[in-house]
Each structure stands twice: as structure tokens, then as C-alpha cells.
Design a protein around this ligand. Structure first.
Ligand SMILES: Cc1cc2nc3c(=O)[nH]c(=O)nc-3n(C[C@H](O)[C@H](O)[C@H](O)COP(=O)(O)OP(=O)(O)OC[C@H]3O[C@@H](n4cnc5c(N)ncnc54)[C@H](O)[C@@H]3O)c2cc1C
Length: 503
């Protein structure tokens, strides 16, 4: 009997709560063809073993820090990108790593010294939640995954805290909260992604309007490469030339393994305030946000399609009718929802032209802010293909990006003879512009990988044509690399470590 490893995100709990939303999406896709179900797992045959590598690693690390186990190798070889999940569904995943190692502070230097960078590549793995193919294989070398789970250290210093890179966001925040503190980074993947992964992908959390992205939250990093540890003191600022943060942040593990991170620390908010607002349409909502001077900790403006899906399943039927009638009376029934939460005080400024929709939807959204991705799992199990792409641009460009992407998506679905819906929201707000985050779900009976790749290409092509970022926070990974400026990519490659990359 073959073993199985989940290809989907999270633990698989909480799905029941999102069934109504999944049904709402399926209804909008209007698929009449029969579809089979998928159980969401990688099927594992028996993976080949590399005896030479087994012998080599046993001479370097203690036995309990090495695994050649098929399930461990699969778990540490793939992220949660739609391309990797679809490959799993189609039974065509790329080659997994040859081994997984679990070094700690005492053994990491030995591991690094013991491997020939011409033959081996170490691939750091945190929570394996990346959605960009950052863990996917590149050329040539024998790949060994280095799990960071044994890098656990807590050292409170004056106004900052040094944390091991292997903690998940949830684990780290639990430690900080026990001391009345927070580090302020809350990505949707908070329960499973790790501190090291956040730095390596240049991640951002939902409360970024208040705390900023990972680059604003840290004062320093400890990283180890094939020449040993990089020496850098944790100081408020230095002027020592190109700094380690610049080499490590967003490097996706190619410049070395981040072992520790010094985070700024903040008082945990005493209370969070919630509010829901509606605009007649998305365009009006975007305009209104662009005119604001003060932003709440979270402000998330959904377009009309996302609003429709968001409201489905939020209320019991009689209550939903009353709420819808209220929205209709205020002229925003088919409009755009804005979810707001603010720490410690009521929101500092109410957006113009917004209709108040009570606290409840915002509070409910906040409560499910880490479990919502299981909606994607339900769709995958129904063999639909959900995906997300995000970008950032200036205020004046935002709505036109939305329009261009929607039009291109619709053309693409027609050309590909596929079913699909696309929706977006604005999150991560800056005075100069914002992040616009697209979610789409597509389906066709045949050639699904081709459909997915063509759809992604079409959307990113629109980002590039409109002068937007290739990615606002997921990172380029393997799949977006081709869209980056080639001169800049070459300069970045010069900072890569031979043992942690394919150079
Ligand atoms: C459902 C879902 C929701 C998400 N929400 C958000 C969000 O709100 N905001 C956001 O920014 N991203 C989000 N992401 C993307 C993902 O969670 C982030 O990119 C996250 O930072 C990855 O962390 P990880 O520990 O899972 O890293 P992994 O996936 O394990 O690794 C990602 C990359 O970082 C490298 N790496 C990992 N640890 C280290 C280390 N210690 N040293 C050096 N390199 C390392 C790996 O080699 C790889 O290249 C989401 C993903 C999912 C699936």
C-alpha cells in the first residue's frame, strides 16, 4: 500500500465552514461536465536511495538528524504553489530531494564543511508554504533539504528579541504574547510559515499598514554560508556597505541559511476594533482609499465578485436577507466590501462615500484569517484549479490594472475554451499605492497544466505591461524568475552561495 503526503495547505480541519463559499464559486463557474474527486495527496511509490549520500551524511551528522524517508523527502520538496499542487494531482511531481537533514546550532557548521558545493546543493526548508516554486529543483546538483526546525532560540534584549529561524509565526507569537509583546507579522500562512521563510521570501503580514513588511520588522539576521557565519552585530543602523539584510532578505535561501533573526518588538495591542463598509463599486472604493491620510491596521477592499463570494455563507438565511435588503436600500447591494480592523483605537479615519455595514463581517473575517485557505483545498478536491497572483502599483494605476487583468483573463478563458472566474482585493496600503491581489479559479477537462501556465502568463504579462511589480510579497521563486529584469537577476546571482544554489 503506497503512503501518501498531503499536497494541500494546512491540517485539513475547518473545511466545513467554507463549503458554502466553494459552492458559490462553483456556481459562478457554470461547469456542467462530470468531474472526479481528488484526495489532495502525493502518491508515493518507492523513491530511489542514494547509497553514497547516505554514507556521506552518516559521517557528518548524528543519525537522528538525517532522513531518507520517502514521506519526509516529499514533504520538504514542494511548496503550495498551484503548479506544484496540480502536478501532484496529475501524478507528475518533479524529482524530490535525495535526503532531508535536521541540523541544529551545534551541527550546522559540520554539515556545511562536509559537503562539496560542486556536487551538492543545500535547500533550506521552513514551513514549505511558498507559492512560487522556490523549493523546486534547478539544474544539476544533488539536492539535500535542510529543515530549519531545530533552530529555536529566544533571547530577549532591550527593545528587540532574537529568535531562531525555525519557529512558525504562531509559535513565535505565542512566546512573545506570554510577555505582553508582539512582532507584528501576520501573513495568512502564519500558523505554518516560519520566521526564516518570511525573511527569505520578503513576506508581509496582514497588519502591514501598522507594522510594515518583514524588512521593516527586523534589525538584523544571522546567516551561515559555505564560508561560515556572516559577522554582523545587531545594531539600530550601520553604514558598513552592502549589508547582510540586503543579501538575505528575498534571497529564497540561495545566499545561505538564516539561523536567527533579531526582531523589533511591540506591546501586544490591548484591543482590536472592527468595522465593515461598502462602496457602490470597486472603483469608488479604490478612489476613496487613495484619498485617506490615516490607514487602519488592516484594510481589505474586495471587488464586486469577491464581495459576492465573501457574503455567501457568512450569515444564516433569514439574517442574510435582512442584511442584503439593508445594502440594497443604501445602494451598495452589488458593491464592494471593505473589511477594517484597527489595533488599540477606533479606526483613525473613515473612508469617504462608504456605507457602514456593522462590525460582524469584519470580526468574522478576522476570526478566520488563518483558516480561509482551506477554501482552496475544497476546490482542489473538486479538481478545480485555484491560484493567486499579486502585484503592487501606484494609486492612479490600480483600477486600470484590475480592468486590464479581468479583460485579459476573460479573453484567455475564451481562447482556451475553459471555465474560470477571477476576483481581486486591495490589501497592504501605502500612501503611494497598494497591493492588488488576484484570486482565480479555472477548469478544463484536458491539458490543465497548459491552461494554468497560459493563464498565469497572461495575467503577469498585464502586470508587466502596466509597469507593476512582478510580485508584491510572494517572491519570484522559480515560476516568476523569467519576468525579472535580467541585469538585476545577474547581479543577484553574484551574491549566491555555491553550496546553497546551482552556481
Ligand atoms: C495559504 C497561504 C497563505 C499565504 N499568505 C501569505 C501572506 O499573507 N503574506 C506573505 O508574504 N506570504 C504568504 N504566503 C506565502 C508563504 O507563506 C510565504 O512566502 C512564507 O514566507 C514562506 O515561509 P516558509 O517558512 O513556509 O518557507 P518555505 O516555503 O519553507 O521556503 C520558502 C523559501 O525560503 C527559503 N528559506 C526558508 N527558510 C529559510 C531559512 N531559515 N534560511 C534561508 N532560506 C530559507 C527556502 O529555501 C525557499 O526558497 C502564503 C502561502 C500560503 C500557502
Amino acid at each position: 500500500m503506497p503512503n501518501s503526503v498531503s499536497a494541500l495547505y494546512g491540517s485539513g480541519n475547518d473545511e466545513q465552514e467554507y463549503v458554502a463559499k466553494a459552492e458559490s464559486i462553483e456556481k459562478l463557474m457554470m461547469i456542467s461536465e462530470e468531474r472526479q474527486k481528488w484526495d489532495g495527496t502525493y502518491r508515493i511509490k518507492s523513491l530511489p536511495r542514494n547509497d553514497k549520500l547516505i554514507k556521506l551524511l552518516r559521517g557528518i551528522l548524528p543519525e537522528n538528524q538525517i532522513s531518507f524517508d520517502d514521506e519526509d523527502r516529499i514533504s520538504c520538496s514542494y511548496g503550495k504553489s498551484s503548479i506544484e499542487i496540480l502536478a501532484a494531482m496529475l501524478g507528475r511531481p518533479t524529482d524530490p530531494v535525495e535526503a532531508v537533514v535536521y541540523p541544529d546550532y551545534a551541527t550546522i557548521e559540520n554539515l556545511i564543511r562536509g559537503l562539496d558545493p560542486k556536487k551538492y546543493q543545500l535547500v533550506p526548508v521552513g514551513g514549505a508554504t511558498c507559492v512560487t516554486g522556490a523549493l523546486a529543483p534547478s539544474r544539476g546538483k544533488i539536492r539535500i533539504a535542510v529543515s530549519t526546525r531545530n533552530f529555536r532560540r529566544v533571547d530577549f534584549r532591550e527593545n528587540y528579541v532574537i529568535l531562531g529561524s525555525g519557529y512558525t509565526g504562531k509559535e513565535a507569537e505565542t512566546i512573545l504574547n506570554e510577555n505582553g509583546l508582539t512582532i507584528g507579522n501576520f501573513p495568512e500562512s502564519f500558523e505554518h510559515s516560519t520566521l526564516g521563510g518570511w525573511v527569505a521570501t520578503k513576506a508581509i503580514g496582514q497588519e502591514s499598514n501598522q507594522y510594515g513588511g518583514i524588512e521593516n520588522l527586523i534589525i538584523g539576521i544571522r546567516m551561515i554560508g559555505s564560508d561560515g557565519y556572516f559577522r554582523e552585530e545587531f545594531v539600530p543602523r550601520n553604514s558598513e556597505g552592502l549589508d547582510l539584510n540586503a543579501i538575505a532578505i528575498g534571497a529564497e535561501g540561495k545566499t545561505g541559511l538564516i539561523t536567527d533573526i533579531a526582531f523589533k518588538r511591540y506591546r501586544k495591542p490591548a484591543r482590536t476594533f472592527y468595522g465593515t463598509y461598502f462602496f457602490r463599486n470597486y472603483e469608488e472604493g479604490i478612489k476613496s482609499l487613495s484619498k485617506m491620510k490615516f490607514y487602519s491596521s488592516i484594510m481589505r477592499l474586495s471587488d464586486e465578485v469577491e464581495t459576492l463570494v465573501a457574503l455567501d455563507g457568512e450569515f444564516g438565511s433569514p439574517l442574510k436577507k435582512i442584511y442584503e435588503n439593508y445594502l440594497r436600500a443604501r445602494g451598495v447591494r452589488h458593491g464592494s466590501i471593505l473589511i477594517v480592523s484597527n489595533n488599540n483605537a477606533e479606526m483613525p479615519e473613515v473612508p469617504r462615500r462608504a456605507v457602514y455595514g456593522g462590525k460582524y463581517p469584519a470580526k468574522k473575517w478576522h476570526k478566520g484569517r488563518y483558516t480561509r485557505p482551506v477554501l482552496g483545498n475544497i476546490l482542489w478536491k473538486n479538481v478545480l484549479i485555484p491560484d493567486t497572483l499579486e502585484t503592487s502599483t501606484t494609486w492612479s494605476n490600480l483600477y486600470s490594472v484590475h480592468t486590464a487583468v479581468r479583460q485579459r483573463f476573460s479573453d484567455e478563458m475564451q481562447q482556451e475554451q475553459a471555465h474560470g472566474i477571477i476576483m481581486s482585493h486591495i490589501s497592504h496600503i501605502y500612501t503611494t499605492g497598494a497591493c492588488i491581489y488576484f484570486t482565480f479559479v479555472i477548469w478544463r477537462k484536458e491539458n490543465q497544466m497548459q491552461l494554468l501556465e497560459n493563464t498565469r502568463d497572461a495575467i503577469i504579462d498585464e502586470f508587466v505591461k502596466k509597469g507593476c511589480a512582478v510580485s508584491h510579497h510572494h517572491g519570484p521563486g522559480k515560476y516568476l524568475e523569467k519576468y525579472l529584469d535580467s541585469n538585476l537577476s545577474e547581479i543577484r546571482r553574484r551574491t549566491y552561495d555555491p553550496l546553497f544554489s546551482d552556481i
